[in-house]
Design a protein around this ligand. Structure first.
Ligand code: PLP
Length: 293
């Protein structure tokens, strides 16, 4: 079956999907993106992704390429045409095509690309197997709340992790506090049983999975502290995990080569994964999605 992509108003075979060489996304990384999880044939966190996309576009003064409803029709159509039951939808909006000049072009239509990818259905056992993370300095810009396609620090961090045999890198700010992973949010459970994830600011991306976990935890009366935590606190944590639309809730069992807790997925991590899955199956994603405004 050949994959189909959406490129600026047309559904085209994936291998023929191309953009102009003067697309500002290509030349300047002048664009933003979203990654939607598809679970059992349904898009997860649709409203949250649209609200976050609106935040990213608004902060960069890029026009919506289509209205929200029309955009979602295209997203769903790409999912349908690619027969994705479990997997991801990638959506990218750039400022469009214009002669190369740093300042915004006087006239350019924002450009829209949507692709889809099937993945294995969520496997709780695999998510609980546990991965290693490495801590690295956070060398990104000061607007990490914007989901920009400019991802070089994230790419370098992920590669550094991979080269060290780890799955993810946790970025650490100048105060020694963990911000987030290169493509995931970071969570720990302290020795006192406190579930902690960094509070929202321009230092991190507010994950849609993060939001769904917060709501699922609140519904189950599991307390979450939204605050910064240090590398030392992470190293002495009882449990740790990462969250994202791609990784869901994934146990972290080693940090910088050191075991977290007993080296196995923790009790609360496993519970949060169950709560998260039940929540997205019941609600389709987080309900409060305007935390960017
Ligand atoms: N933080 C960063 C830097 C990311 O790139 C991502 C996802 O791509 C996340 C967090 C998790 O966000 P979400 O849960 O919306 O996938």
């Amino acid at each position: 079956m050949s994959r189909i992509a959406y490129v600026n108003g047309r559904y085209v075979p994936h291998r023929e999907a191309v953009v102009h060489i003067e697309d500002r996304g290509y030349q300047f990384a002048d664009g933003v993106y979203e990654v939607f999880a598809v679970h059992g044939g349904k898009l997860i966190g649709e409203q949250g992704h649209l609200d976050r996309l609106g935040h990213s576009l608004g902060e960069l003064r890029i026009d919506w390429p289509l209205g929200r409803r029309a955009l979602m029709v295209c997203v769903e159509e790409v999912r349908r045409r690619n027969h994705v039951r479990d997997g991801l939808i990638y959506l990218q909006v750039t400022r469009g095509v214009a002669p190369r000049d740093h300042a915004f072009p006087a006239e350019a239509d924002s450009a829209l690309v949507i692709t889809a990818k099937s993945m294995k259905p969520m496997d709780k056992e695999a998510l609980c197997k546990g991965v290693e993370v490495l801590t690295i300095p956070d060398i990104r810009w000061q607007r990490c709340d914007i989901k920009s396609v400019a991802l070089l620090p994230n790419i370098l961090g992920k590669q550094q992790a991979k080269d060290a045999g780890a799955f993810e890198a946790w970025q650490v700010d100048a105060d020694g506090m963990v911000t987030e992973g290169t493509s995931t949010n970071a969570w720990i459970v302290t020795q006192d049983g406190e579930l902690v994830t960094r509070d929202i600011s321009t230092s991190i991306l507010n994950g849609i999975t993060r939001l769904a976990i917060l709501e699922a935890a609140a519904e189950a009366q599991v307390n979450v502290s939204e605050r910064a935590f240090s590398v030392d606190e992470a190293l002495s944590a009882r449990e740790a995990f990462i969250s994202s639309s791609t990784s869901h809730v994934k146990a972290v069992t080693r940090i910088n080569g050191q075991s977290v807790g007993n080296g196995h997925a923790g009790e609360l991590t496993t519970r949060v994964l169950d709560l998260y899955v039940d929540y997205i199956e019941g609600h389709g994603g987080p309900q409060v999605t305007d935390s960017w405004n």
